[in-house]
Each structure stands twice: as C-alpha cells, then as structure tokens.
Design a protein around this ligand. Sequence first.
Ligand SMILES: NC(=O)C1=CN([C@@H]2O[C@H](COP(=O)(O)OP(=O)(O)OC[C@H]3O[C@@H](n4cnc5c(N)ncnc54)[C@H](O)[C@@H]3O)[C@@H](O)[C@H]2O)[C@@H](O)CC1
Ligand SMILES: [K+]
Length: 507
Amino acid sequence: MKNSSNALYSVAAIRRIEQAAIASLPSGSLMQRAGLAAAKLALGLIPSHSSGAKALVLAGPGNNGGDAFVLASHLFQNGMAVTVLFDAYPEKLPADARGAYAQARQHAIQFSPFSGLPGILEKQWDIVIDGLFGIGLSKAIATPYRELIDAVNRMSCPVLALDVPSGLDADTGTIAGKDGIAIRAAYTITFIGDKPGLHTAHGRDLAGTVHVDDLDIDARFFDAPEIFKNEPKLFSHVLRRRPHNSHKGSYGNVAIIGGAQGMHGAAILSGRSALHLGAGRVFVGFLEQAPAYDSMQPELMCRAAASMEPDDATIVIGPGLGTSPQALEQLAKTCSSSSPLVMDADALNLLATRSDLQHVLAQRGGHTILTPHPLEAARLLSTTAAGIQADRLQAGRELARRFNAVIVLKGSGTVIARPDGKTAINVTGNPALATAGTGDVLAGMCGALLAQSCPAWEAALAAVWIHGLAADRLVERGCGPIGVAAGELIPVAREVLNGLINGMPNA
Ligand SMILES: NC(=O)C1=CN([C@@H]2O[C@H](COP(=O)(O)OP(=O)(O)OC[C@H]3O[C@@H](n4cnc5c(N)ncnc54)[C@H](O)[C@@H]3O)[C@@H](O)[C@H]2O)[C@@H](O)CC1
Ligand SMILES: [K+]
C-alpha cells in the first residue's frame, strides 16, 4: 500500500507500522534514516550550506528530539555551524534518542539550554529545525517550550519541522490543548506516511510544504489506507471525453432550487456554475417571483420552484433558499424524490430542525451529496462549529454515516467523507474562497457532475478539487486571494475540467 502516494495515516496507524518495522530492523535504524532524510532536505533548502551556514536545531525530550540529534550531526558533517537548543535530561531520553544525542555530542556542535535563548535569538540563522515534539505530543505546549515556539514563529528564516510542526495534532490539524501553541513551519518532512492533520484545519497554515519520507519501510508493513489526499487519480476514471454523436440530453438536467426574495443571486451563481461545468440543461427554481431570465446568462431557464418537476433532473437545493414554510415544502419534496441530490446552505439548516426529513434522506435511493460548512455541520450534529473543527475527519464521517450521503465538509482542507468511512482531504484552494457565493458555485459544480452520471463520491471529489484549483489559478494570475468574486471561479473551473479531460489518455 506504500505506493498509494496520496495515502494519509492516522497516528495509530503510523505507530503500528513503526512498531512492526522497528521489530525487523537493527535498533535505531529508523531514527538514523529519518535524521538523514531531514538533513538532506535541509541542506537542499540552504544553497550556501557549504560556506558555514548556521542552523538552529530545537530538540525535545522524545524521539522527535532523537531525529533532530541525528540531523544535527549530519548538518555539522556537511560544514554547517550547528547550535542545538535542548533543555531536558539526556539520561531520560528514549534509548534511540539517547544514542543519537551521544553521537551528536561527539561533534563540535554547540548545545544550549533554553536560558541561552535571548542571545540565540539575536543571531541570524539560515534555517531553524523543529524537533521538539512529533506524534508523541500529548497535551498543550506550555512554558518553557511555549516561549521558545513563540520566539521561533517571529523569526524570518525558514523553519523545517520534523514529522509534524510541534504543537499540531497530526490526526486533526488542531493545535493541541486549550491555549496551546504550535510551530509555524515553511516545510515539514513527515516520516513513514503522510498525516491528515498536516492538511486540514490549522495544518495547511502550520506545516507549509509537506515532504513525505517513508524511511524505506517495506510495503508489507503498511495498512490499507482509508484516508487519502484528494487527487485526480481518485476521480478521473469517471470523467469522459464527449463523443461527437451526443446532444444536450446526453449531459443531464440540473434543477437549482433556492433563490428566495433578496437571495436570487445565490441560485443564479449555482445555475451558472452547473452550466459551465457541463450540464446539458439548467433550470433555476425560485421560491417566490422568478425573474424572466438571467440577462448575463440567458441559457438558464428561470422558473417558479413550485412549478418544477424534480424527478427528471439532478437537484441542487439550498442556494439562497431561506427557511420559510415554502422552503420547507420544497425540501420535503426533494428528500422524497429519487433524483441525484446536492444539499447546501439553508437546505441543511432546515434539515437540522426536522428529524422526519433526516430519516427520509437517509433512506432515499440515488446519489446524495451534502455540502455543509462547519456551522451547518454543527447544526446537523447538534454541536458547535468549534466542536466540528476539533476533529473535522470524525465529523465528516459521522455525518456521512448518519445521512447515508457523501459529505463535503468545507473549510481549509475540505473533508470529503462517505458512509463506509473512506475519507479524502482536499489540498487545492486558498483563502480566495473565503467569500460569499463560493459555496453556491461548488454546489452547482457537484450538481453538474452528478447530472453527467458521475457517482456521488467521485462527483464530490472532482468538484472540490476543481473548485480549489480554480481559486489557485486565479491567485497565480494575480487576481487573488483578496477580492476574488465567486462568479470568477466559474470560467476558470471550466478550464480546469476541460484540461483534465483533454489530458487523459485516449481510452
Ligand atoms: N521510534 C523511532 O524509532 C522513530 C521515531 N520517530 C520520531 O519520533 C517521534 C515520536 O516520538 P515519541 O513517541 O518519543 O514522541 P515525541 O518525541 O513526539 O514526544 C514525546 C515526548 O514529549 C513529551 N511531551 C509530549 N507532549 C508534551 C507537551 N505538550 N509538553 C511537554 N512535553 C511533552 C512526552 O512526555 C515525551 O517525553 C515521531 O514524531 C518521529 O519524529 C521517527 O524517527 C521514526 C522512527
Ligand atoms: K516537530
């Protein structure tokens, strides 16, 4: 399973792999490999390393510190001036780390306790290595490590974290403990396998660019992964080139239901998005007075929602829906239809208040995708947004089980979960998406892909990935992250989808 390069492993899974591998190897081998791999990466990050560049290495009281000692020895042997900040009892280090400490002590590496920090902070460093805590972190980081991390986070030189930025929970991407603190790294080299917490919640901000080194552990020790980084290889098999002999009926109908008074724009955005992601026909159903047409996109067919027959279309319900009795009526009609379905925004807020509809939804056949942001997810699970963010993977999986649906839990590192527990974390996208209407665009994209016969899991993965990449392209072009309007994502998302399909090998 090692060759699943987009696999993500929980800390429990990493521990199982590590223990099995350690038992088959001479003692200390994995730590030696980890320290060497990290040193090679660090040397590559500092072009001037041969001319006495300066490295500050932070070493903690466990095996993460052990990795740091091995790395310190290698950096020294490669001509760097190395200072190690270490403030624990060497004799209390775990065995492998103690060995690595003794090894480092044989070199002219400067060791300093934390009391030496003020002088150390005045120096210019070419790189800081964070080897304080890895997957053994068990509580919030407090004094004296807190002050050290705070100081390092203010430094301008690059920080390379070993395994996990210290203070970050490798499973959840949260900062451990109440009032905890974590290293903000520019790079993280993570060992054995990649970890979900590096890619969701605070993970993307704190881990920087993530490198994975499997420490050459034999593939037989790796469990079959259940969590993946979202990549086209998870969904591209359902994307199809268009045959010449096809027509609009070949690509499905999408019916958007939303657009209460004052919120027409949300439904329109969703409709435009569904159109540009390839739906054959798009209807937009408005709760009250429907506009005659969308003058910027006259291809959309604007109707009164009550007059629409949802059974021959993929339904996207929620954008601008509101929570009126008419909205509830539409939601009830939709839940009992057998059409492929995307539920977003107020449809989710209404659903949270109606256990009868929740039951109908969980029983319905057909493909269902729910796209909550953390607050909507919190309402569905009767908790708080903070409760959801404390463990986004667990929340996504719980929602998927409860509603028998594919869940897209939005946020940094969007979590896509399905009822059997398989979970993906999306790593495209950026803060340009933190603006009104981007959720409406995403819901329309999910609808378009469902309408073109993608199964719900693949449709959700593809939509989230394309949506994020569209935002990344806008930023690359200098159009963001500040001030991107949701509608700007749509033509770029179309470009991304066509690029994906055009780049596929001919079947
Ligand atoms: N055992 C091995 O051979 C290998 C270990 N590896 C490294 O070892 C790490 C895991 O090592 P450990 O299990 O020793 O764990 P860590 O080194 O991550 O941390 C555990 C130590 O930190 C203390 N601690 C935890 N949270 C604290 C907090 N908030 N404040 C103060 N002290 C705290 C614990 O009491 C313990 O002493 C991995 O992340 C990885 O870097 C890798 O080198 C792979 C091989
Ligand atoms: K670390």
